[in-house]
Design a protein around this ligand. Structure first.
Ligand code: TTP
Ligand code: MN
Ligand code: MN
Ligand code: MN
Length: 367
């Protein structure tokens, strides 16, 4: 029998966009475990389970102190039976058998190694695993045809596995800024993604470029690039949805060539043969994943909000908009289904206001 008065009850709203989640996580062991199960579910084409684990992890990230017993979790949202079992296992036995089993499993390890290659998603990895490919070596020996992204991903595998530091992000920001402004005077470059939320490292660097023009001349810096023309067009008669033509919103998922810190002062140019066969030990540059998003000024606030993350925070914002406000939110626009019109905004604050939400700054969107 538990004395109700002795239970430290945490109170957490169920939508992540109603919570302030900083990087000060008091339950990293629990959230790492749940995140690993989420990742495994996502890699296994079980997105529903993935989201459930992500939501559970996000609730624990929002707690003001470490959880020491399961009774503290009573009344918390988003903690399903499965997540609770994992948490209980860790609190009572020091580890979750399911998490340990998953970590050790050949399938999970192979999925991780293969999807860590830029350009390789779960579907491709799955197919390769079925063909008996579990490692980079086996992939190289297999004679599988790789597309350009995957070739570049494989070539720069070790570099891209290294976390990107804030200093590197800032160095790339300066180069991108200079390159963009030289072709598009007046363009505005904003750091988005994890670094905007205050993270000290990332798996890539994300930038939002706002300007009506779409030509980007970063040729000498990009080792690989895939640009996607945006197909979004404001429809007069319905919520934001892709249309068949135009508008200059563009994405570029690229691999960037960043000179070592001591060499950054000097201008970077085309790849030389010497660069191509550089030895890691004497490297003069490293490859870094960089995402560039270009948005017209009219969509800037929506792009900024939509690309700052975290992914779960974004998902929860859209869920809140749809379920609680009858609005459709995307990284292009906000559509009010009741009024039958788009709501214009020039700042993130305005969008939160439209959604009836208290403003949450980027540093508190780390759900
Ligand atoms: P990521 O760069 O994938 O994540 P991150 O910056 O939060 O974390 P990391 O440090 O590991 O890089 O995505 C950044 C934001 O962009 C995230 O809010 C989700 C959004 N996004 C999209 O909207 N569409 C996409 O296709 C991708 C890849 C990301
Ligand atoms: Mn604290
Ligand atoms: Mn990122
Ligand atoms: Mn990114």
């Amino acid at each position: 029998q538990i004395d109700e008065a002795e239970v430290v009850a945490f109170s957490v709203p169920s939508y992540a966009c109603l919570r302030r989640t900083t990087l000060d996580n008091h339950n990293p062991v629990l959230t790492d475990a749940l995140s690993l199960l989420a990742e495994n579910a996502e890699l296994s084409d079980e997105d529903g389970r993935g989201v459930a684990f992500r939501r559970a992890a996000a609730v624990l990230k929002a707690l003001p102190e470490p959880v020491t017993g399961v009774t503290q979790l009573r009344g918390l949202p988003c903690l399903g039976g499965h997540s609770l079992r994992v948490i209980r296992d860790i609190l009572e036995n020091g580890a979750s058998s399911e998490v340990e089993f998953t970590k050790q499993s050949e399938r999970f390890k192979a999925l991780k190694v293969l999807t860590d290659i830029f350009g390789v998603g779960a579907k491709t990895a799955e197919r390769w695993i079925r063909d008996g490919i579990h490692s980079l070596h086996q992939l190289q020996e297999s004679g599988q045809t790789l597309n350009r992204a995957q070739q570049a991903g494989l070539e720069h595998y070790d570099d891209l596995k290294q976390p990107v530091t804030k200093a590197e992000a800032d160095a790339i920001g300066e180069i991108v800024e200079e390159a963009v402004v030289s072709v598009l005077p007046g363009a505005q470059i904003t750091l988005i993604g994890g670094f905007r939320r205050g993270k000290l490292t990332g798996h890539d660097v994300d930038f939002l470029i706002t300007h009506p023009e779409e030509v980007l001349s970063l040729q000498g810096f990009l080792l690989y690039q895939k640009t996607t023309r945006n197909s979004y067009l404001e429809a007069k008669d319905g919520p934001a949805r892709p249309a068949s033509n135009m508008d200059r919103f563009e994405r570029c998922f690229s691999i960037f060539k960043l000179a070592d810190a001591e060499k950054r002062g000097t201008k970077q140019t085309e790849n030389t043969p010497e660069d191509t066969c550089r030895l890691a030990a004497h490297s003069r540059w490293r490859a870094v994943r960089v995402d560039l998003v270009v948005s017209p000024i009219s969509q800037f606030a929506f792009a900024l909000l939509g690309w700052t993350g975290s992914k779960l925070f974004e998902r929860e914002l859209r869920r809140w908009a749809g379920h609680e406000k009858a609005m459709s939110l995307s990284s292009h626009a906000l559509y009010d289904n009741k009024q039958g019109r788009y709501l214009k905004a020039t700042s993130e604050e305005e969008i939160f206001t439209y959604l009836g939400l208290e403003y949450i700054p980027p540093s508190e969107r780390n759900a």
